[in-house]
Design a protein around this ligand. Structure first.
Ligand SMILES: NC(=O)c1ccc[n+]([C@@H]2O[C@H](COP(=O)([O-])OP(=O)(O)OC[C@H]3O[C@@H](n4cnc5c(N)ncnc54)[C@H](OP(=O)(O)O)[C@@H]3O)[C@@H](O)[C@H]2O)c1
Length: 160
């Protein structure tokens, strides 16, 4: 299963340059949800997000880094072809979590099965937005309230 996992505010803002981890907010509950959901699975990041995370792999997760560059890091699996990775995980029917950023999400929206969107209340400052995903056929199938955000689960192709 290919799952997009993202946290966004009411306007789909997802990123702010210059913050500690690239996020426009400091939401520990959402970070805990991200960790619990992705632990012991494979996570995939674009190079800008990897840089915003301090060029570090997340513990207890296999990390795939997508870049055009000839970059080497023995803590992550560096790949240059996003579509090839998607096809590989579809073929072996293994879970793959798409963890951003915006450039990666845009490529994943037409091919993912599930979208896990942590809706952070309010408007925040930043410059990177999650793409408008209406056109890709995602249906909201579940809404789970947390104390500081609401988890919206969407499935592509599902009908209510
Ligand atoms: N709120 C959230 O849940 C969340 C989650 C993740 C990220 N973010 C935020 O999103 C922002 C970063 O997003 P972004 O769109 O600027 O960058 P990004 O998607 O993280 O990375 C883009 C880079 O990934 C590489 N790449 C992308 N597609 C590729 C492909 N098909 N083949 C090879 N390489 C490819 C390229 O790297 P090279 O230039 O090295 O070739 C490209 O410049 C940050 O602010 C981050 O904090 C937020």
């Amino acid at each position: 299963m290919i799952t997009i996992i993202v946290a966004a505010d009411q306007d789909l803002l997802i990123g702010k340059a210059g913050t500690r981890n690239g996020m426009p907010w400091d939401n520990k509950e959402d970070l805990a949800h991200f960790k619990k959901t992705t632990l012991n699975h494979t996570v995939l990041f674009g190079m800008n997000t990897f840089k915003a995370m301090g060029m570090r792999a997340l513990p207890k997760r296999h990390t795939i880094l997508i870049t055009h560059q000839d970059y080497q890091n023995d803590k992550v699996e560096v790949r240059h072809d996003f579509d090839e990775v998607i096809q590989e995980y579809k073929n072996k029917q293994e879970d793959l979590f798409i963890c951003g950023g915006a450039g990666i999400y845009k490529q994943a929206l037409p091919v993912a099965d599930t979208l896990l969107l942590s809706r952070i209340p309010g408007k925040h400052e930043g410059e990177t937005y999650f793409p408008d995903f209406k056109e890709y056929g995602y249906t909201l199938v579940e809404t789970t309230p947390y104390e500081t955000f609401t988890l919206e689960t969407y499935r592509r192709g599902a009908t209510c």
